[in-house]
Design a protein around this ligand. Sequence first.
Ligand code: NAG
Ligand code: NAG
Length: 508
Amino acid sequence: MRVLCCILAAGLAVAFVTASIADWSASVMRKLPEDLKLGVATAAFQIEGGWNAADKSESIWDTFCRIPGNIKDGTDGNDTCKSYEFYQRDIQMLKFLGVNFYRFSISWPRVLPNGFANKISEVGLGYYSRLVDELLANGIEPVVTIYHWDLPQNLQDLGGWANPLIADWFEDYARVLFDALGDRVKTWVTINEPKQFAIYGYGMKLCAPNIVSAGIGDYLAVKNLLVAHARVWHLYDKEYRPKQKGTIGIVIATDYREGATDSPEDIEAGKVAFDFEVGFYSHPIFSTTGGLPERVVKRVAERSAQQGFPRSRLPEFTPEEIEYIKGTSDFFGFNHYSTLFYTANSYKPGMYEIPSYNDDIGAVGTYGTYVTTSVPHTTKIPTGIRKALNWVKDSYNNPEIMIFENGFGNLGGNNDIDRIDYYIAYLDAILDAIEVDGCNITRYTAWSLMDNFEWMSGLSVKFGLFEVDYNDDKRTRTARASALWFKNLIATRTLNTDYEPQLREVTF
Ligand SMILES: *[C@@H]1O[C@H](CO)[C@@H](O)[C@H](O)[C@H]1NC(C)=O
Ligand SMILES: *[C@@H]1O[C@H](CO)[C@@H](O)[C@H](O)[C@H]1NC(C)=O
């Protein structure tokens, strides 16, 4: 049991101490491994605002938000947390927490207003350069995501990720960033969560660019983004690594999927789902053979044939492309929120659009008997993160894993004992994965530093350690109980599974 405790009066404090002693036997104090770095993450579109500051052009998310009905609460990314204006305050919050690193992303249309590298925005690039300088001056390592979903709209007008030329455009953009920031930034992420923008954005009408091409355009985007990612890794590896000596990799949403029962059909359904959701992106990069997972290739080919397509809807990779993509990540960037359980026989053809990604998977996933809350995709199932981490370790010869997102969403409130509960349970499972299973995890990142624009859910869904007051022009941030918990975790480098949440007034 967790109680939120504001120690205001001596009487209360005494009651609190008594309770702690009574519970002592239940509490577990786990030291964090010395080489595990702790940080928090954000993304440009979700926090910056400044949508038309200086010469910035519009991204596909600016466009997407302007269409009524796309964002559940009707909000947009025009201002969000105003971090473009108040980034120095964000750094003060990071210092308060005591994080080792800060993972943020760069807005492509802020740096290259034409999308192309023929014109570099001095103002836009200057913003990120100052952010990097001031983080370093405060002892915080910058970890930079090159692409976190906000493609310049004019590149989308040419097809965006469905156009194979995106690999050229992405490489040119990355070169600008390596040239300008690579002397100070030593950890790069090429692309964040490919499935979420390719499948949701080109097939499911959930995300920008909202292209309606289920089971076709989404797979084109997947192929092109894998090639584009590899181009940028090779660019860094050949031309920049020798002098800048950094590290670069991809981040994959690695939520777990498994069979709902022990029946062979359900076990296989779980494996199919996991290969579609994760292996689709990880197998081409991390496996020794390279290429897409066999289950994915086979299922899409079979269904395409049944549907009368003369060839598979899944684009082929040439042997050269397979070789080129293989091995192009220095670490496994791992985001994780929850787990789904799959049953084979609950799927009826026609439940999903045909053709589509979900129909290709051909099975239905649920949270089983777990209690879902207002943000179901953060349902607390800590056994799932340990299994997902072990899957990565076992499938890809124990690579270095950087956990770059993990967190809990709700609809607000500063006494967020539900969020603390989630974090403690997941970190406990992560420590088991490190200490018992031998997974090589070198970073843990809480999503998110503060409330922000949660894509299609808008501003109504909250993931922040800090609350943001959107009614206040200054967007004042207030520490939640979870911020104080995270600060304590970092200061003590000890996970106390019986931590008593506290709340005191801290604002920025
Ligand atoms: C965001 O900017 C667009 C373009 O100027 C405008 O139409 C929209 O109303 C703005 N959103 C809000 C919440 O002010
Ligand atoms: C973890 O990965 C890092 C980076 O590759 C490596 O230096 C380290 O030796 C690995 N640790 C273990 C325990 O394998």
